[in-house]
Design a protein around this ligand. Structure first.
Ligand code: PLP
Length: 343
């Protein structure tokens, strides 16, 4: 949290001169319908937002043929990733996760006393299901998988992931982070939650819906599992604020905005691929709004080259490696990236 604060202080979010490609934020959002709904919802801020929490839970459940009892709302999906890892850590055992992956939930689990066993990715930077399986032991209480994986953008084969879930002992929670599925229609496993009460699927309005600052996320799970997560929330059914909930509800209706974001993201990502190709920089094809690439043979300091042009956000996730992740911005922004890195 403090690291994020200091970054924000250094690079003001609203500074027009800075191109911020650091946290996989959507450069287009929130959707026009969400903006309108949020403005109107300001007037009801004197009331608790339970009705809208329930409405959003209902709306979220429909495409998965689930019920609102299968849905919990949080202040971003990171709150729910945190609650799931606390739930697992309270059961006194270890947690297994790939490395590198999205790690925000790890410190809380460790503080409660759950060791986190990190399992390297495959050579192609994909989550290695076989090695994850081998790392699970009698003390494992949770496995975390991010699909598509952040920071590498890789996707697991749906049948392999489903077999992995099926083969897990029911006592082991499987936390599936699906923050980026909408960018390339990565298959969700949320339809399986009633079959596997140990499965928790976390999703968010922060990415394709462009509402990172509004803080709305959700998890889908068996009703009993949702109840266990609810028990850890200070006030169940009030996990996100009324203005944010109104935006999330309106966002779900704005399918043309989502389609536009997908299309523009794919175009901007392609433009970045071309720029990387042009400079001989290998990359992992991504199903998301970020790209992971290897700057080992790039003759200059890649981050410094970008920062000299006020483009911030290239980040490393592996010690002693030159792989970096950069978020995909607008087409114009990625053109500026391309110009900055050109040799
Ligand atoms: N999961 C993944 C994989 C992410 O990359 C992020 C944010 O970058 C999150 C979860 C958290 O998103 P939020 O808490 O904004 O929903």
């Amino acid at each position: 949290i403090f690291a994020t604060e200091s970054r924000t202080l250094l690079y003001n979010n609203h500074d027009a001169d800075i191109i911020k490609l650091s946290s996989n934020e959507n450069p287009y959002g929130p959707s026009p319908k969400a903006r309108k709904a949020m403005s109107e919802a300001v007037n009801s801020c004197n009331r608790y937002p339970w009705e809208n929490t329930t409405l959003l839970r209902e709306k979220i459940s429909v495409p998965y043929q689930l019920a609102k009892e299968n849905v919990i709302i949080g202040a971003g999906s990171s709150e729910l990733l945190g609650l799931a890892s606390v739930l697992a850590a309270l059961k006194k055992g270890n947690i297994v996760a790939p490395d590198p992956t999205f790690r925000l939930w790890i410190p809380a689990a460790k503080k409660i006393g759950a060791p986190v066993k990190l399992v390297p990715l495959t050579e192609q930077k994909a989550v290695d299901l076989q090695r994850l399986k081998e790392a699970i032991d009698a003390d494992t209480r949770m496995v975390y998988i991010c699909n598509p994986n952040n920071p590498t953008g890789t996707v697991l084969a749906p049948n392999e992931l489903e077999t992995f879930i099926k083969d897990l002992a029911p006592s082991v929670i499987i936390l599936l982070d699906e923050a980026y599925t909408e960018f390339e229609d990565t298959k969700s496993v949320a339809h399986l939650v009633n079959e596997y009460p140990n499965l928790i699927v976390a999703k968010t309005f922060s990415k394709i819906y462009g509402m990172a600052g509004a803080r709305v996320g959700y998890a889908l799970a068996h009703a009993n599992t949702i109840q266990q997560l609810n028990n850890l929330q200070p006030w169940a059914n009030a996990g996100a604020g009324g203005v944010s909930l109104a935006g999330a509800i309106a966002s779900l209706e704005d399918t043309s905005f989502v389609a536009m974001c997908k299309k523009e993201n794919a175009k901007a990502r392609n433009l970045f691929y071309q720029a990387l190709d042009g400079n001989g920089i290998p990359y992992i094809p991504s199903a998301t709004s970020f790209v992971y690439f290897d700057t080992a043979k790039y003759p200059k300091d890649f981050k410094a080259v970008l920062e000299a042009k006020n483009i911030i956000g290239a980040r490393s996730f592996e010690e002693s490696s030159k792989w970096l992740r950069l978020s995909v911005g607008t087409i114009k922004e990625m053109e500026q990236v391309a110009a900055a890195i050109r040799l």
